[in-house]
Design a protein around this ligand. Structure first.
Ligand SMILES: NC(=O)c1ccc[n+]([C@@H]2O[C@H](COP(=O)([O-])OP(=O)(O)OC[C@H]3O[C@@H](n4cnc5c(N)ncnc54)[C@H](O)[C@@H]3O)[C@@H](O)[C@H]2O)c1
Length: 258
């Protein structure tokens, strides 16, 4: 059975991705800081092969323990999805060093540590796929998100660099760059008054938020060597056309027709 690990899988996009990979025949490890019992129960009820692994992706010790566990069970993973991430909406001039460090730790150091520990096993096997969950905030600036945007730009840079360094040894590294998705993260950000549904839907050519399943499908594509075996180093927007569109709002909304 093929093996996959998804971080930040207790809820949101991570859960949707773990569910899709498990339904596609992978044995999936769900990693999170939050309790995983509920997520695991929902999937085992479908008779899927999943397990919960509690841990903090920012911990080097956790990465090593995880690597030892994976080595023993599988030798190496087929697929690693670095999805765990945190948001921070704050004017740049008010962002503290501690906030900046925490965002960088979770969104960039964590993926690096897991790429290093679990990617080394893939390199030894000369096969594997890593998919990092960046954001359109990794491709362009979005105000009041200096730490978050810098972390996601960093993750795009890490993805391209590992693709260059590891592609010749059979390990592909790609990223997805989702637009705004309806998840718990969006709910919390909207509660803080940062933006509204209309702000997002007016900005997106396809006039809606991403669904977690839209993004999970793109991750599953990049993970599957049969579908994307020569795709390496790509940072794929899954954004309904957001990053392609430089129209002003009235032009975009006016193009939608009656
Ligand atoms: N929601 C969006 O609009 C959106 C858009 C673009 C990109 N993303 C990215 O997608 C990913 C998932 O986002 P989501 O909306 O599902 O978020 P979410 O907040 O709903 O879920 C994130 C999960 O990651 C876990 N997590 C956080 N820190 C962790 C740590 N140190 N170790 C282990 N687990 C940790 C959380 O406990 C949570 O279960 C994130 O990387 C996010 O930046 C989200």
């Amino acid at each position: 059975m093929k093996s996959a690990l998804v971080t930040g899988a207790a809820q949101g996009l991570g859960f949707a991705t773990a569910a899709l990979l498990a339904r596609s025949g992978y044995e999936v490890g769900l990693v999170d800081l939050k309790p995983l019992d509920d997520a695991v129960r929902r999937l085992t009820n479908e008779k899927l092969s999943v397990r919960g692994i509690s841990g903090d992706v920012t911990s080097e010790e956790f990465a090593q323990v995880l690597a030892a566990d994976i080595a023993q069970r599988h030798g190496a993973l087929d697929v690693l999805v670095n999805n765990a991430g945190i948001s921070l909406i704050c004017p740049a001039e008010e962002t503290t060093a501690a906030q900046w460090r925490r965002v960088m730790d979770v969104n960039l150091l964590g993926p690096f540590l897991l790429c290093k520990a679990l990617g080394a096993q893939m390199l030894a096997r000369r096969a594997g796929a890593i998919v990092n969950v960046a954001s359109i905030a990794g491709l362009a600036g979005v105000g009041r998100r200096s730490a978050y945007n810098a972390s996601k730009h960093g993750l795009v840079g890490l993805t391209r660099t590992l693709a260059a360094e590891w592609g010749g040894r059979g390990v592909r590294v790609n990223a997805v760059c989702p637009g705004w998705i309806k998840t718990e993260m969006d709910e919390a950000d909207q509660k803080s008054g940062a933006y509204s549904d209309a702000d997002i839907t007016n900005r997106v050519p396809m006039a809606r938020f991403a669904r977690a399943e839209d993004v999970a499908s793109a991750i599953a594509y990049l993970a599957d060597p049969k579908l994307s075996g020569f795709v390496n180093g790509v940072c794929l927007p899954v954004d309904g056309g957001w990053t392609a569109d430089a129209s002003w709002d009235s032009l975009r909304v006016g193009s939608r027709g009656p």
